[in-house]
Design a protein around this ligand. Structure first.
Ligand SMILES: Cc1cc2nc3c(=O)[nH]c(=O)nc-3n(C[C@H](O)[C@H](O)[C@H](O)COP(=O)(O)OP(=O)(O)OC[C@H]3O[C@@H](n4cnc5c(N)ncnc54)[C@H](O)[C@@H]3O)c2cc1C
Length: 382
């Protein structure tokens, strides 16, 4: 039984505790799904999660508008990640892909949200390019105004849900100013003419991922999200909401690794006694538990701060993401070690956690970038 004591921390309300309990029961019945065909698995997960109402918190409810509840997003990601990394991915992308619409969309653009919240449309967030990942200011894709249209030309890469998404939020250069201040955000339907899948990308923990080509993709002016030149601000506002949730997913992976290790060391006998009696093993378990609790404190501090109405949580979210992802990697590595040969055996849960965690330290701002962000925040505040 995973540790649920954190749910009594003052960051949470009863509705969060109820969510954790109900979602845990749902996960036990429905997860993991078969991952062999990763596109099919993701479609199935989005449909299932949508049908059973779990995707509702990922985007604005246009009938009852209010801010996204980051604690709900974090508890959901943590719980899903503990059961199935792909389920967490499917949930997270419905939020990241539509974040710009929830926060800055017109009523017409927000019509998509009832479909993404119901699992009837899949969304994607397209910011990275072959020559601009961390360096967003270097975005090369252009969006040129042509009468009542914008024409998008260029490439996006590493796009999660690339190839299966029904809508993409795409960031392109409109040129109001040099660098980051000359970008704008656009809503691009997945079937837009000129939008192609240049390459499907395979990574160590498979999920749908692609490099996309935009060959003179013509969009109506109404596809612009927010104002021209606001693209970077929009992207950063979306990441400000969702960055802590990456930490929450890492926390879910780490908790699972800790749970599996506790079980393993109790069951496995070494030198005539359970491994759990070896003090060095106890030392590993203690380190893992400490990192899990510290990560949880940072993740839920960031989520709570945002939910309490903070305009930006740049420092809190960066700390949560950096610490939770880096420490989850260490916790999972210890779990692999404690499992011996089984830990590296294909198909074993700790082997899959070892692969699942790695990309979280790279996307939505690599660990090194989070350090730069934190340093600037604390030095700026001094
Ligand atoms: C599995 C996966 C899913 C992804 N999904 C999406 C998605 O849905 N949408 C999207 O737009 N992008 C997505 N990405 C892209 C991701 O955001 C980029 O990979 C990331 O921003 C890093 O960019 P890069 O790969 O170009 O690496 P680079 O920018 O070349 O950076 C390489 C490394 O340099 C270091 N570094 C970077 N900046 C600094 C700095 N200032 N100081 C010190 N060191 C630094 C970091 O260690 C970094 O990992 C995804 C990536 C992966 C791996």
């Amino acid at each position: 039984m995973p540790d649920r004591s954190f749910l009594s921390w003052p960051f949470f309300e009863d509705r969060h505790r109820e969510l954790a309990e109900h979602l845990e029961a749902w996960c036990t019945t429905n997860l993991p799904v078969d991952h062999h065909d990763v596109d099919a698995a993701c479609r199935e997960l989005v449909t299932k999660l949508g049908q059973d109402g779990w995707l509702k918190p990922t985007a604005l409810d246009t009938d009852n508008p209010g801010p996204l509840d980051v604690r709900t997003l974090c508890i959901t990601r943590e719980t899903l990640a503990r059961h199935d990394g792909l389920a967490d991915f499917a949930f997270a992308m419905q939020g990241l892909g539509t974040g710009a619409l929830s926060l800055f969309g017109t009523p017409e653009q927000q019509e998509w949200l009832s479909r993404t919240r119901a699992g009837k449309a899949i969304s994607a967030f397209a910011l990275s390019e072959p020559r601009s990942g961390s360096d967003v200011a270097n975005t090369e894709m252009t969006a040129t105004r042509d009468g009542d249209s914008f024409v998008l030309t260029g490439e996006k890469t590493w796009i999660s849900n690339g190839g299966i998404a029904d809508l993409y939020v795409v960031f392109a250069r409109t040129g109001e100013a040099p660098g980051a201040k000359g970008l704008s955000a656009f809503l691009v339907p997945g079937d837009a003419k000129g939008l192609g899948i240049a390459e499907r990308l395979e990574v160590i923990a498979p999920h749908p991922l692609a490099r996309l080509s935009f060959e003179r993709v013509r969009l109506p002016a109404t596809a612009l999200i927010g104002r021209p030149g606001d693209g970077f601000r929009i992207a950063m506002s979306v990441l400000d909401v969702f960055r802590s949730t990456v930490g929450a997913a890492a926390l879910g992976f780490a908790r699972r690794a800790l749970d599996e290790s506790i079980k393993r060391v109790a069951e496995r006998k070494l030198f005539g006694a359970p491994m759990a009696e070896l003090q060095m093993v106890q030392g590993h378990i203690a380190d893992m538990a400490l990192d899990v609790d510290a990560a949880a404190l940072l993740v839920y501090r960031a989520a709570w701060t945002k939910d309490m109405g903070a305009a930006r949580v740049t420092r809190e979210a960066a700390m949560a993401k950096l610490f939770a992802t880096d420490k989850a990697q260490e916790v999972i590595d210890k779990a692999v070690q404690l499992h011996g040969g089984d830990g590296v055996r294909k198909g074993h849960i700790v082997e899959s956690l070892y692969r699942e965690i790695r990309a979280l330290r790279i996307y939505e701002g690599a660990s090194d970038v989070q350090k730069v962000v934190i340093a600037r925040q604390v030095m700026g505040a001094a």
